[in-house]
Design a protein around this ligand. Structure first.
Ligand code: IMP
Ligand code: MG
Length: 181
């Protein structure tokens, strides 16, 4: 029997149980521990969605490392190219340091593409992406995602940090939107 929850006006059913998430997070953390051996990376976790993932991931990391939480602020700039995105809360000097971006989910990939572009202007020694979830069917840009816990279908999901209109972040399992009607 599916576990169903209500978030605001929508119903969601469990799609990835907590023990599966934990196992995949541990697997990716071990991969990072191995591949970053001898290095001291800075983990940049993107708020709000990645706060749960970052907390679990970082507790499996055995490298000497730093963590910072950043936020992407969108505003309409003076340029005609549309939305400008700025990284807020980057209070560490990342020049010459290896960076691992910690993201909840890569959907179209546009957020990560913007983030990479902006981070590169700070001249880190390297940048890798570590995402909890990836929707390969929605990806619109060419992104090199080195670390990914789980690939999922194109459905809308909530839980384990991810929200629907601000709600639903506080669950241990991940839930998928039920068919309407
Ligand atoms: P992208 O720029 O299209 O890759 O969007 C990435 C952002 O959209 C993520 O960081 C999430 O905040 C949000 N997002 C994408 N898909 C979902 C979903 O299924 N549930 C909740 N948030 C999502
Ligand atoms: Mg996000």
């Amino acid at each position: 029997m599916d576990k169903i929850i209500q978030v605001k006006d929508k119903r969601f059913a469990v799609s990835i149980p907590s023990d599966r998430i934990q196992a995949e997070v541990k697997r990716v953390a071990e991969q990072i521990n191995k591949e970053y051996e001898g290095q001291s990376p800075i983990f940049l976790a993107v708020l709000n969605g990645s706060f749960v993932f970052a907390a679990d991931l970082l507790r499996e990391i055995t490298l000497p490392c730093e963590v910072s939480f950043v936020r992407l602020a969108s505003y309409q700039g003076v340029s005609t190219t549309g939305t400008i995105r700025e990284i807020m809360g980057l209070n560490l000097d990342i020049t010459g340091r290896p960076i691992i971006i910690v993201e909840d989910i890569v959907d179209t990939g546009l957020t990560m593409a913007h983030m990479l572009e902006t981070l590169k202007t700070h001249n880190p020694s390297s940048i890798d992406i570590c995402t909890l979830l990836l929707k390969p069917g929605k990806l619109q840009v060419d992104l090199d995602i080195r670390y990914c816990c789980l690939q999922i279908p194109n459905d809308f999901i909530v839980g384990y940090g991810l929200d629907y209109d601000g709600f639903g972040r506080n669950t241990k399992d991940i839930y998928t939107l039920c068919d309407e009607g």
